[in-house]
Design a protein around this ligand. Structure first.
Ligand code: SF4
Length: 353
């Protein structure tokens, strides 16, 4: 709101106009003409000096059984750094940037899995987002835009968010931090910090910064393997931030924030779901203030990996629980749709060639 108040002054208006614009934007309006408490003259002035960015849903897949909805978003406006790389190619000739979100219905409210980047640099071997390569960071407005647009197309309210879509949030820290503050702003959406979760592949400097800046926001770390050799094979980030250091950072996080950390563990058949893997989990995670979220991987044809059966996933959860480590198997959401992140975007790219 402060930025919009300054903007209002810049265009020769009183600061409270910024507050009015802020309120409209938080309601998801798409044009200045919808801002009906502004004079016609001011609306015309705004059209000449600003544009409403964010994103639009261009494709949706809904699972009729559970209402999960996978949404492909397209950025509304080109950003300044989005210049064409090939000489002579105008930026406007480039296909628009696309990214994904997943809207999920739970008994305690609706949740949106938000993307933080277009593509991703982390290169996890099981992830469809990584296959399309990295394009750019999303800004805070484009992240908030995903929430507003998801609410518009599903005609429902989003009360929780998890930043676990395309991209590594701590590789785009400033924009993610601004997005979280926008969600929390009392005069904006007023979303509780505790209804927000940020999920990282393990960027340790980001974890340290996050525990200082957002001690009440939930943190999830994607572990997936519990040996350096195995983890480095599927998650190149492990070469820079090896497992022992990552678990140490996780312990520091829980010591400082007294918050339970979530370890995400995508179960891949034959790769990380053996008895030996379960023993390692118990050995390395036992005694930590944590919760293990087991996610049988949705099959991604392009990566050649397939998920562990739900029966085996429940067996693993039971063994962890018996060893004193809280564990759950993620409810199977969107089994009818391309549930893994990046898949809808890949399909779109394939269709447009
Ligand atoms: S799993 Fe997450 S961090 Fe890894 S490549 Fe995919 S989007 Fe990036």
């Amino acid at each position: 709101m402060e930025e919009l108040k300054l903007f209002a002054v810049e265009i020769g208006e009183k600061p409270f106009r910024g507050k009015q614009i802020y309120n409209w934007l938080n309601q998801g309006v798409r044009s200045f003409d919808e801002m009906t408490d502004l004079s016609k003259a001011l609306r015309e002035k705004l059209k000449g000096s600003a544009q409403i960015g964010g994103c639009r849903a261009i494709r949706m897949q809904e699972d009729k059984n559970d209402g999960t909805c996978k949404i492909l978003f397209e950025a509304d406006t080109a950003t300044e750094d989005e210049t064409a790389t090939e000489a002579g190619t105008a930026a406007s000739d480039k296909p628009a940037d696309t990214f994904e979100g997943v809207f999920m219905r739970y008994s305690y409210g609706n949740s949106l899995c938000v993307s933080s980047q277009v593509g991703c640099k982390m290169g996890c071997k099981f992830c469809a987002s990584a296959l399309g390569g990295f394009v750019r960071d999303l800004d805070a407005g484009e992240m908030l835009g995903q929430v507003l647009e998801a609410e518009r197309v599903t005609d429902s309210t989003v009360s929780r968010i998890v930043i676990m879509g395309m991209g590594e949030p701590f590789d785009n820290y400033e924009n993610v931090a601004k997005f979280l503050r926008l969600l929390h702003a009392e005069e904006g959406r007023n979303m509780s910090w505790r209804n927000m979760t940020v999920s990282t592949s393990g960027l340790i400097p980001g974890i340290r910064r996050f525990e200082e800046d957002f001690p009440q926001v939930n943190l999830a770390i994607s572990l997936h393997r519990l040996t350096d050799e195995g983890r480095s094979k599927i998650m190149p980030v492990n070469q820079k931030y090896p497992l022992e250091q990552l678990l140490e950072a996780a312990r520091e996080y829980t010591d400082k924030t007294h918050r339970r950390i979530t370890f995400e563990y995508a179960l891949i058949e034959g790769e990380n779901d053996t008895d030996r893997d379960v023993e390692l989990m118990i050995k390395r995670l036992g005694g930590m203030l944590c919760h293990v979220n087991l996610i049988p991987l949705n099959k991604v044809d392009e990566t050649g990996f397939s998920g562990t059966s739900r029966k085996r996933a429940h067996e693993i959860a039971e063994r962890l629980e018996n060893a004193g480590i809280p564990a759950t198997v993620r409810r199977q959401l969107g089994s009818e749709i391309d549930g893994a992140c990046g898949q809808l975007r890949l399909r779109q790219q394939a269709e447009i060639g």
